[in-house]
Design a protein around this ligand. Structure first.
Ligand code: SF4
Length: 318
């Protein structure tokens, strides 16, 4: 990875990048990630099984439940790779603090994040769990946005993941825990994005930051970051987004004609009813906001208006 301070850093299972590191010498290139997302983020490939020295090609492994303990082992049970895969995740902990997200290969006993087959000792799949590396990394870095490549084919999950990735990058770059002013500024820009995901969190964070005198700002910032991460992890519903749009509409209410006000309200209603995608009311609202307000105004600085590069086209599909 060359690295560019202005772009999010996203780690990724190397086989998704087209690297021939799978057990059979193949790959699982994900075209959207490599060809589209790769234009906007720095992708950092990693392959846990290769990195612990399993080689390519190699005997495939699977997850087996031994008295409640999950092991990653070869089908004949002769070789157990659980400990080195878990240790590798621990080794990545420091580097992962500088990532803004990770995209993992679904179904893998190492990289899978959800529903990886778990076999019983007689060789039958009876349950599912996370892969050893991914599960351990998730425990070590609970705030890191993590997603499986297969789930990124769902436009809502894709949009939600990228929202979290770009917010994580903003947080890492701004370091809002450095001062009360920095934290308040970050929150003032995040308000409508948080509102669109969780109104209760929006209210709770307003209270959390209402009086920061004599408070440990690093501690408050950590609490704040946890609550934001939790809220953003839940994809926003049409109703929640429409509510945020209506609040933002209030900033142009006195600055546009009654005809424009009515057409904006009608378009937000259409979006809420599922008749048009989010980009439609947003483009109209953005136009009115840009016309009515200075570039550095409170409303134009809202992350909600441009949570990620527009060219990703994510809001055309939700
Ligand atoms: S799923 Fe993970 S361990 Fe398997 S080949 Fe891909 S990167 Fe390597």
């Amino acid at each position: 990875m060359t690295g560019n301070a202005d772009r999010p850093r996203v780690a990724i299972s190397a086989c998704l990048m087209g690297e021939e590191v799978r057990y059979n010498g193949g790959h699982k290139r994900h075209r959207w990630v490599t060809d589209v997302l790769g234009e906007f983020v720095d992708l950092r490939p990693l392959c846990p099984e290769f990195e612990i020295g399993m080689g390519v090609p190699r005997e495939p492994i699977r997850l087996v439940n031994h008295d409640g303990a999950v092991h990653a082992e070869t089908q004949d049970g002769e070789n157990d790779y659980t400990a080195p895969l878990a240790a590798l995740a621990d080794d990545y902990r420091t580097e992962a603090a500088r990532w803004d997200g990770i995209i993992l290969m679904q179904g893998s006993p190492s990289c899978g994040l959800f529903r990886v087959k778990l076999y019983n000792e007689r060789g039958f799949p009876t349950d599912s769990t996370a892969g050893i590396f991914a599960g351990r990394l998730r425990k070590q870095t609970p705030l890191l946005p993590m997603e499986e490549a297969g789930r990124l084919n769902d436009s809502h999950l894709r949009e939600n993941f990228l929202t979290r990735v770009f917010m994580q990058q903003r947080w890492r770059q701004a370091d809002p825990g450095q001062s009360a002013a920095a934290l308040v500024d970050f929150h003032s820009r995040s308000k409508y994005l948080i509102m669109a995901h969780s109104y209760p969190t929006y209210q709770a964070l307003g209270k959390l930051l209402s009086d920061l005198s004599n408070k440990d700002i690093r501690k408050v910032a950590s609490d704040y970051q946890h609550q934001v991460a939790e809220a953003l992890a839940r994809p926003a519903s049409r109703g929640q987004v429409a509510n945020a749009l209506q609040h933002l509409q209030g900033y142009v209410r006195d600055r546009v004609s009654s005809d424009h006000r009515q057409s904006l309200r009608a378009v937000i209603d259409k979006y809420q009813d599922g008749l048009v995608p989010m980009i439609v009311p947003l483009t109209l609202l953005q136009h009115h906001i840009d016309t009515a307000w200075e570039e550095d105004s409170y409303v134009r600085r809202q992350f909600f208006l441009t949570p990620y590069p527009e060219a990703l086209g994510l809001r055309n599909q939700i």
